[in-house]
Ligand binder design. Sequence first.
Ligand code: IYR
Length: 228
Amino acid sequence: MAFLSYHQDMTAPQFVPFTDRYLPTQPPEAAAQAFCQVMQKRRSVRMFADRPVSRATIEWLVRAAHSAPSGANKQPWRFVCVQDPAIKARIREGAEAEEREFYTRRAPAQWLADLAPLGTDEHKEFLTIAPWLIIVFQMVHLDDGGQVYYLKESVGIACGLLLAAAHHAGLATLTHTPSPMGFLNEILGRPRHERPFLLIPVGHPAEHCEVPALALQRRPLDDVMKVL
Ligand code: IYR
C-alpha cells in the first residue's frame, strides 16, 4: 500500500509507571516556602571571583537545565560551556563591540534611562573573569532538520532551571544578552540553526561583590498574583 492512513503513521503512545518520585521531607507548604527563601537570595552578579569551578559542577548544572520540559520533548537547546581563556577573551571583545554600539548609538533614550540605576555600560570584565561562560543556543530545527515547537518557552524554562541549579549550588550567574549575538556562532563554531539565546557567566561572586539596589525591589505579591 502506497499511503499510510493518519493513524497508522503515528507512533502508538507507550506509558510507564511514574515511580522514583521526588518526595520532600516537609509537606508542600513548608517545602515551597523553603525553596522560595533560597531563590529570593539569588542576585544577578556582574562582579565575579576568578576562583575555579569544576567541570563536573557545570555538567550537573547543564543536566538540570536539560531536564526541562519542551514542546513535544524535542529538547531544542544546546549549552556551549566555555572555560578556555582565549575563547572567553574573544567573546568579551565581540560583546563589548556590540555593547559599545548599543550604549552610544542603538539604545533609545528611555532604555538608557531604565538601565541607569543598574550602572551598566559597555565594559564586560566579567566575561573574562568568571571561570565559565555557558552560552545557551535555541535550535530553530534539530540537527537532522526535525521540527521543534514552543522554542522560546522551552529554552526559557531550561535557562530558568540552569539559574536555579547554579544558585542552589552556591554559584552566581548573570543573564547577559549582548545584542545582536550572532558573533557567538562564529567564535564558537556553531551552525546557523543554533541561535544564541542567553549568555550565562557562572562562578563565585567577587569578595566585595556589589549588586544594584534596584535589583532588590520586587512588586508586591498582590500586584503580580491574582487569585480567582
Ligand atoms: N545588554 C546590555 C544592556 C542591558 C539591557 C538590559 I534590558 C538589562 O537588564 C541590562 C543590560 C548590557 O548588558 O549592558
